[in-house]
Design a protein around this ligand. Structure first.
Ligand code: ATP
Length: 929
């Protein structure tokens, strides 16, 4: 064995491009049978994993410190400082402490959210197909080593720098390296021009690039940071966090509220100085209390955390969201453009019939097990291997397929498919008929492939067959029959007449109306002088001989019907955009309820080309199905829907789907059948390719938005009872002693309120959430409803109750409204009661805010553990503030009497009951409407 090269230095790559593949193998110290697992392990120890080191993240300490340098935080630092120099040491320290707690809390939430997204980005590891131990197998891309033989095909990401050994119509997208987005042709031939950049070497492929079309075999030269891509150290798949509309809205909201808070603070400051003649420093602290009370601290991190938790929940429901911000867009989705095969149907193909020009054959047995028979109605003794037409049909179908069915093994009880299920079922039916596929492949070995693409809707394989080569073409009947001039009947080749074409298409339509999927099979003998190297689609796919149709069942997914119904209830329009035949598409759409009745327009790709934008727009507002669509045409449909102000979710799996996936508001790639390119272009990946998972994700999106509103309502709620005592104090010009001190305000806002608020951000989906139309794009978080509820309903009631509690203590000790306690233990007990009453009102609010219109008792009063824990925390913290001597001093509190505790405990009961009645009335009104 030749000496193994070390790694590929830039000049080495140019040298390896100049030599024959055999010399490359030799230089790498491998042969054509690939590496053994043991050799690969050894090489991995030497070269390391095939990983690109992540670009340096922002240091944690920097992120941590950023939480202490916001405008709000600076205000608190200054406030604390002023309190200290004004000889209010405890207050100053408390303000600083609050600032620290708030910063740590925000950091923790951000950190959690960050961890959640990082975990997600690791859930879809890249894979590579390699030749190991003489067998093709799939391994993690990070386990590739120099010397590995790899296979790549359309849509694959290339995981290492490699020298091409064999190619079929190979084109790659090298834009990540060159910035040039046009696909570049690649061939295995050695190159003579050596003084060029690597990307220009036509027989080299590079990590970080992808296959636009065709397929290839290549041998790996370098991996990980040694690749050209590694050297640039750019990341292809990073889960970035671009500021989304929601984040912008939250930012705007925080600034708005902060402005109001600061204006209020200034007002209170002036009033305190000039009305009540407070010293400046004390007035400043007083105003600061107001500002703190109003600013919704913790809003941004809580939103981020609730988005991250939703993303985690979605991942469990088979929807991987790449960006947190996509969650809110999901909640707004008003149209889903879904493909059919695999998403709405099971992609569990079984051939049910074979159609030959002379007769129809039935196939028994379901699934991928080769158990079943081919039955002829006219001949009970029918043997497909003896019938020349059936034999040719099955041979063509199987030999022009790339998929493999893997029999059950100790690890897996079922037959499983490697590759395209449409192709797998064709090999199964050939086996059912008794064809020996290994022998057939030996007799007529495949020498070239013109791969399938969804624009042509067919594929062709070329096989050597003695003196003359033979081709098999399989694909959509319309496309294949159009290329046929002859057909085979009883082993004889006869001209294909116009009537024959009509008869074939009639048979196709009859099957399609039943929702069956039909592929036509044809063959041709190539002229002996055909130059195979130069063979193209145009020179090979012509003058074919039609053999027959294969008809396959692909049942709808059982859960899809209910999901479709749910979408319709939620006013989400579903548009099927499929590559399949119109009648098949329509039949499936009817079966699963996407369309109702016969008033359905089926627009084909051909027809779409001739439609004006105006016509398309009009058609999109009715029941419509797009069939035989080229993936690029999805782009036009999506763009048009967007001009109609729709928020569009689009599914896709192929390379050509990428533009539509990018254009969509939510691009959804298939995790199982999807190509790497589609997955990269998408915002969300379905790990089960299932339509129902999209609907679950939309539900989560809607829930998150509602939860943010619940959170907001809750934290704004305490503003009114916190501000009212100061206002009363000011407007009475100090006649009514301050019922709530600044320290007490801080203890609610930055202490007791925090955890229940966080819990509300994680509330589960409310029933009926999918019975409402999608949220309007203009809907603001802080709408009139929330303002009214927060300030003039929950807030006002809480203000009255807490002021009542303050008076209650005064009256209990014999004070009157005109003569309230101004100092001493009664005053302390009275302000403690105001504080405690606010906390108990907030307990009711936390429970009330958990649902919008649903009864909390129905949802389960104990069902949200975080809210529950928050409430317990609230009470414990309050008890500490009241009973721990050290805190008593800081917060100016005094122990409460039993009757006062009874007063407090009763508070939430009427608040919850009244709110339950309101919710019940709304529900009843809705049910009647
Ligand atoms: P959808 O777009 O809903 O996933 P689809 O699988 O029918 O449905 P494409 O993959 O674009 O869409 O395929 C278009 C058509 O090409 C199919 O309807 C079928 O007629 C034909 N076809 C699909 N797969 C193959 C294949 N492996 N070989 C030959 N023809 C195929």
């Amino acid at each position: 064995m030749a000496k193994e090269i070390k790694t590929t230095a830039p000049d080495t790559m140019n040298q390896l491009a100049a030599v024959e593949p055999s010399a490359v193998y030799k230089k790498l110290g491998v042969d054509q049978t690939g590496l053994t697992s043991a050799a690969a392990t050894k090489r991995q120890q030497k070269y390391g994993k095939n990983l690109i080191e992540k670009s340096a993240k922002e240091p944690l300490i920097k992120i941590f410190l950023s939480n202490f340098t916001s405008v709000m935080a600076i205000l608190l630092w200054v406030g604390g400082f002023i309190a200290i120099i004004a000889h209010m040491l405890e207050l100053g320290i408390a303000i600083w402490l609050v600032n620290v707690i708030n910063g740590v809390f925000s950091f923790w939430q951000e950190f959690q959210a960050g961890k959640a997204t990082e975990a997600l980005s690791q859930m879809l590891p890249a894979h590579a197909r390699v030749l190991r131990d003489g067998k093709q197998s799939e391994i993690l891309a990070e386990d590739l080593v120099p010397g590995d033989t790899i296979y790549v095909e359309e849509g694959d990401n290339i995981s290492a720098d490699a020298r091409l050994i064999q190619t079929t119509n190979m084109k790659v997208d090298q834009s990540t390296l060159t910035g040039e987005s046009a696909a570049v042709s690649k061939r295995a031939d050695s190159v003579s021009k050596l003084n060029v950049g690597h990307a220009e070497l036509s027989n080299m492929i590079f990590a970080g690039t992808s296959v636009s079309s065709g397929s290839a075999t290549a041998v790996v030269l370098s991996t990980g940071m040694k690749t050209d891509f590694g050297k640039i150290a750019r990341l292809t798949q990073s889960v970035g966090n671009v500021e989304s509309p929601l984040e912008k809205e939250l930012d705007r909201l925080t600034r708005q509220i902060s402005l109001i808070a600061i204006s209020l603070g200034v007002f209170f400051f002036i009033a305190a100085v000039f009305f009540v003649h407070y010293p400046w420093a004390q007035a400043f602290i007083f105003a600061l209390g107001m500002i703190v009370a109003f600013i919704p601290e913790g809003l941004l991190p809580t939103v981020t955390l609730s988005l991250a938790m939703a993303v985690n929940r979605m991942a469990k429901k088979h929807a991987l969201v790449k960006q947190l911000s996509s969650v809110e867009t999901l909640g707004e989705t008003s149209v889903i453009c879904s493909d059919k095969t695999g998403t709405l149907t099971q992609n569990q193909m079984t051939v049910s019939h074979l159609w030959l020009p002379k007769e129809e054959l039935e196939v028994t047995g379901l699934g991928y097990a080769p158990k079943g028979k081919i039955i002829s109605k006219s001949d009970a003794q029918f043997d497909a291997t003896k019938d020349p037409d059936a034999q040719q049909l099955l041979r063509g179908a199987a030999l022009a397929s790339n998929a493999r069915v893997v029999p059950p093994s100790p690890k897996n009880d079922n037959y499983t498919v490697l590759g395209d299920p449409t192709e797998a079922c064709l090999t199964v039916v050939a086996e059912k008929a008794g064809l020996d596929l290994t022998m057939e492949a030996k007799k007529t070995p495949r020498i070239k492939e013109l791969p399938f693409d969804s624009v042509r809707k067919r594929m062709t394989t070329i096989h050597s067959n003695g003196a003359q080569d033979l081709t098999y073409t399989k694909g959509a009947p319309n496309e294949v029959v159009a290329l046929c001039q002859k057909m085979q009947v009883n082993g004889k080749v006869v001209p294909l007449t116009a009537e024959d074409r009509e008869r074939i298409m009639q048979a196709n339509d009859n099957y399609a109306k039943e929702g069956l999927r039909v592929l036509a099979i044809a063959y041709s003998d190539l002229p002996a002088d055909q130059d195979l190297d130069a063979a193209t689609i145009e020179t090979v796919e012509k003058d074919l001989t039609f053999v027959g149709l294969t008809v396959m069942l692909d049942p709808p997914r059982p859960e899809v019907k209910a999901a479709v119904e749910e979408c319709h209830r939620a006013n989400i329009q579903i548009i099927m955009v499929t590559g399949d035949y119109g009648l098949t598409a329509k039949s499936i759409a009817q079966k699963i309820g996407i369309v109702q009745g016969d008033d359905v327009r089926v627009v084909t790709g051909q027809e779409l080309k001739t439609m004006t934008d105006q016509e398309l727009k009009k058609a999109l507002s009715g029941q419509i199905i797009f069939a035989r669509m080229a993936p690029e045409q999805k782009f036009r449909v999506v763009s048009m829907l967007q001009t109609m102000n729709k928020i569009v979710a689009v599914t896709g799996d192929g390379v050509n789907d990428a533009p539509a996936l990018k254009k969509a508001d939510i691009g959804i790639a298939m995790g199982v059948t999807g190509t790497d390119v589609a997955k990269e272009a998408a915002d969300m990946i379905l790990t089960d390719d299932n339509f129902a998972s999209i609907v679950r994700a939309i539900e989560e999106g809607r829930t998150v938005f509602n939860n943010i509103k619940k959170f907001l309502l809750y934290i704004l709620n305490s503003n009114m009872p916190e501000a009212t005592p100061s206002a009363v104090f000011l407007f009475s010009r100090g006649g009514i002693p301050l019922p709530l001190t600044v320290m007490q305000i801080l203890s609610v806002d930055l202490g007791t309120d925090m955890l229940p608020a966080l819990g509300l951000g994680t509330e589960q989906a409310e029933s009926g959430i999918m019975d409402q139309p999608p949220r309007s794009q203009n809907e603001k978080l802080l709408n009139k409803g929330i303002i009214f509820k927060a300030f003039f309903w929950y807030g006002l009631v809480a203000a009255i109750i807490s002021f009542g509690a303050y008076l209650y203590v005064n009256f209990a000790y014999g004070y009157s409204l005109t003569n309230l306690a101004t100092h001493g233990v009664v005053y302390q007990e009275a302000t403690t009661m105001t504080l405690a009453a606010i906390v108990f009102c907030q307990i009711a609010a936390a429970i009330n805010c958990r649902t919008i219109n649903e009864s909390v008792f129905k949802v389960g009063i104990f069902s949200n553990h975080r809210v529950l824990f928050g409430i317990v925390f609230e009470i414990v913290l309050l008890a500490c503030l009241i009973y721990v001597p050290f805190l008593q001093g800081i917060f100016n509190t005094a122990p409460l009497q039993v009757h006062e505790w009874i007063f407090l405990v009763i508070i939430p009961i009427p608040l919850i009951l009244v709110e339950e009645i309101r919710k019940w009335v709304v529900r009843r009104r809705r049910a009647r409407a």
